[in-house]
Design a protein around this ligand. Structure first.
Ligand SMILES: *Cc1c(COP(=O)(O)O)cnc(C)c1O
Length: 357
């Protein structure tokens, strides 16, 4: 099998002064770097036409299958600036493998780990000036794949488009704790469904619940299991941890929640921080009671996009409760600090998570 080469085309980048001004403004997901990476797949050629060109709009026929049947998958990973001036991707191999799992589940062609790494590395190299040089800030990479065949048949497409775009992520210095809403009406994922992969429909299907959350003064939805509507699973794009009697508790990978790379990283780092960590089911009642009795002192959400986000309170019809005193707790802070230390090369990379670019 041949591997793809994403040799960059020469383009005129954004003037440095303008770029640096944009990088100073906080934000996520609204600012893009100069380039994008693309490749195409069809049955005859396999993956081909690898390019690193200027960020530009796609021209797609209205009958492009992705518009109609939702065969789309994505990933989210980050590159970090390090004090030695070099850049590193955080656990790109794990994201590559999850992208391949998502592709398999959606009957799409897999991109090899080597090609995935070549693609994300090419973008970070060519747009290295877009990687913010501030602790906690990063260059967010969004690899994705869509069904690109022009046809109205309801079947897996026979042509696909893969692309990677990059977006500097510049969080606020002290993110406010979020308030979660447990919806009485909607579920995210069922056994045998697509909850364990990052496919577009999982998110589109969740926005009505997100709107319901907003109507109740909440920031995000906390999803409960679809069968019993009791077990806490995860948040829209993040996994959850509870600090209970000094230990960290996170729901097990039940087959309906997304196996987060950040979740896995925290499971590995926690013992290094002297924290016992367990994967154990937590019901919504356990959570509420634990917060009321003081046994659960903190809750945080974790995912690539926002790293570690404190949860200050939760609500569901007829009930609401505060987590701890509603502010960011000490364990949440330590976990975030430990993660950032590794990501920015300020702590030893014991687990070999960093991939130098
Ligand atoms: C991406 C995502 C996560 C977090 O995964 P990371 O690999 O940590 O970014 C959690 N839940 C859902 C539903 C997600 O889409």
């Amino acid at each position: 099998m041949t591997t793809l080469e994403f040799t960059p085309e020469r383009i005129d980048p954004m003037p440095a002064e303008q770029r640096e001004a944009l990088l100073r403004m906080p934000g996520f997901g609204s600012l893009y770097s100069d380039h994008m990476v693309t490749a195409r797949w069809d049955a005859e050629h396999g993956w081909h036409d690898a390019r690193t060109g200027p960020l530009a709009a796609f021209s797609l026929h209205p009958a492009t299958m992705a518009f109609h049947y939702g065969q789309t998958i994505f990933e989210g990973l980050k590159a970090f600036w390090r004090a030695d001036g070099r850049h590193a991707l955080f656990r790109p191999g794990d994201h590559a493998r999850r992208f391949a799992r998502s592709a398999r589940r959606m009957a799409m062609p897999e991109l090899s780990e080597v090609d995935f790494l070549a693609a994300v590395t090419a973008l970070v190299r060519v747009d290295r000036d877009w990687v913010p040089r501030t602790r906690g800030h990063s260059f967010y990479l969004r690899p994705f794949m869509i069904a690109a065949e022009t046809h109205l048949s309801n079947r897996p497409a026979e042509e696909y488009l893969f692309a990677v775009i990059g977006s500097p992520a510049r969080p606020a210095a002290e993110p406010a704790p979020i308030r979660l809403w447990a919806s009485p009406d909607y579920v995210r994922a069922v056994d045998g469904g697509t909850g364990t992969v990052k496919c577009g429909g999982n998110y589109g299907g969740s926005y009505l619940a997100q709107r319901e959350a907003a109507e109740h003064g909440c920031d995000q939805v906390v999803w409960l299991d679809a069968r019993e509507r009791r077990y806490v699973e995860e948040v829209g794009g993040s996994n959850l941890f509870f600090v209970e009697a000094g230990r960290l508790v996170t729901p097990p990978l039940s087959g309906t929640l997304l196996a987060g790379v950040t979740r896995d990283s925290i499971l590995a780092l926690a013992p290094r921080l002297g924290l016992e960590v367990v994967e154990e089911p937590v019901t919504i009642d356990d959570w509420e009671r634990g917060c009321r009795s003081g046994r659960i002192t903190e809750t945080f959400a974790c995912g690539t996009a926002r790293a570690v986000a404190p949860v200050g309170s939760a609500a569901t019809p007829g009930r609401e409760w505060t987590v701890g005193d509603g502010t960011t707790g000490p364990v949440t802070r330590r976990v975030l600090g430990a993660l950032l230390d590794v990501q920015h090369g300020q702590a030893p990379d014991e687990f070999r998570w960093l991939h130098a670019v």
